[in-house]
Design a binder for this molecule. Structure first.
Ligand SMILES: Nc1nc2c(c(=O)[nH]1)N[C@H]1C(S)=C(S)[C@@H](COP(=O)(O)O)O[C@H]1N2
Ligand SMILES: [Mo]
Length: 328
């Protein structure tokens, strides 16, 4: 599925053009020439750039040989793993589409080079390339449930590393209370980011305490391979006790802050989407019940579980927060 085979004619123009012609044209461009010729040539240059961008977005993933990661058996499922075809083709990714079928659109995102910035209230702010980061982190596979606020759900073998390892690397200061997670901003490849209706870029957030919980997981892959772009490559988060919108995709920045971040969906519609968004079958969304869910690929309704079945791991986090809207 979705294997991009490089065809013979898909090579940069610099290679397809005989060298002397290429370099002469460059020289011609830099020394300046008749305006008319310039226009034609810069159109050529644009084409070259577009081609280079297409190349970058189709480049093979250099982390592919690291997979599969060893499974951490702590995390077990009460249901079958969702068919990969479903998990990888039925997606939410508003940067590319407000529909679910956005695999083709998402392929436009270049995922190398990819730099993660860690800043804010930390002793060790840094900018680190995704492949260097993966070398520093203890890589593992975990089986997690995922529950979208829209009531569909899935069970996925994610590959990645515990968020708390990244937090330790950054060494947050005592004043840091929250992590603010920011997704890429690139309207050239993500067409919906041109729409002024949405508060781009996609922002999500959680408390430092939540980030230090064992369950908080940074995802680089799924089904024993690098994650496909539509699922949030090269780096997303999985917070399986919360509704799916908390799990931001294609993250470029993590800021440690003392201010509670306003997340994308909250900024759009705060009467329906809040900061905590923990799963609770007894707290309905204003427009629909959350009592049951449907697994992708299987339309049978099944009861939704408190904290999506992860209460043993996370309920203590919320023991002293009863005044908060924990479930929206
Ligand atoms: N950047 C970004 N991250 C996002 C979203 C999005 O639209 N943009 N959608 C969220 C929602 S609502 C869900 S349910 C999950 C879906 O992840 P999946 O497509 O891998 O199933 O991604 C979440 N992360
Ligand atoms: Mo979702």
């Amino acid at each position: 599925m979705f294997i991009k085979v490089k065809r013979g004619w898909e090579i940069p123009e610099s290679l397809a053009t005989p060298e002397h012609v290429f370099f002469n044209r460059r020289k011609f461009l830099t020394t300046g020439a008749a305006i008319g010729a310039m226009t034609i040539l810069s159109a050529c240059d644009q084409k070259q750039e577009a081609q280079a961008q297409a190349e970058a977005s189709a480049a093979p993933d250099p982390s592919a040989s690291l997979y599969p990661f060893k499974r951490n058996e702590t995390y077990t499922l009460d249901r079958d793993i969702t068919d990969e075809q479903w998990a990888a083709t039925y997606n939410n990714y508003y940067e590319f589409s407000s529909g679910k079928r956005l695999v083709d659109e998402a392929q436009a995102l270049p995922i190398r080079p990819w730099t993660l910035t860690i800043d804010g209230l930390v002793a060790k702010p840094m900018q680190i390339g995704i492949d260097d980061l993966m070398k520093k982190m203890p890589l593992e596979e975990r089986l997690y449930r995922h529950r979208c606020v829209e009531t569909w759900s899935m069970a996925v073998p994610w590959s990645g590393f515990a968020l708390k390892e990244l937090v330790k690397l950054a060494e947050p200061k005592a004043e840091a209370k929250y992590l603010r997670l920011e997704t890429f901003m690139n309207p050239e490849v993500a067409g919906e980011q041109k729409s002024p209706f949405y508060p781009w870029p996609y922002i999500e957030g959680l408390t430092v305490e939540e980030a230090m919980n064992d369950l908080a997981f940074m995802v680089t892959g799924m089904y024993g391979k690098p994650a496909p772009k539509q699922n949030g490559a090269p780096l997303r988060i999985a917070l399986p006790w919360k509704y799916g919108f908390k799990s931001g995709k294609a993250l470029v920045k993590i800021t440690f802050t003392d201010e509670r971040p306003v997340n994308f969906w909250q900024a759009l519609q705060s009467s329906e989407y809040g900061f905590w968004a923990n799963v609770n079958p007894e707290v309905p969304h204003p427009r629909w019940s959350q009592a049951t869910e449907r697994m992708l690929g299987n339309d049978e309704p099944r009861p939704t579980l408190l904290y999506n079945g992860y209460a043993d791991f996370v309920a203590p986090l919320y023991a002293n927060l009863q005044g908060e809207k924990l479930f929206m």
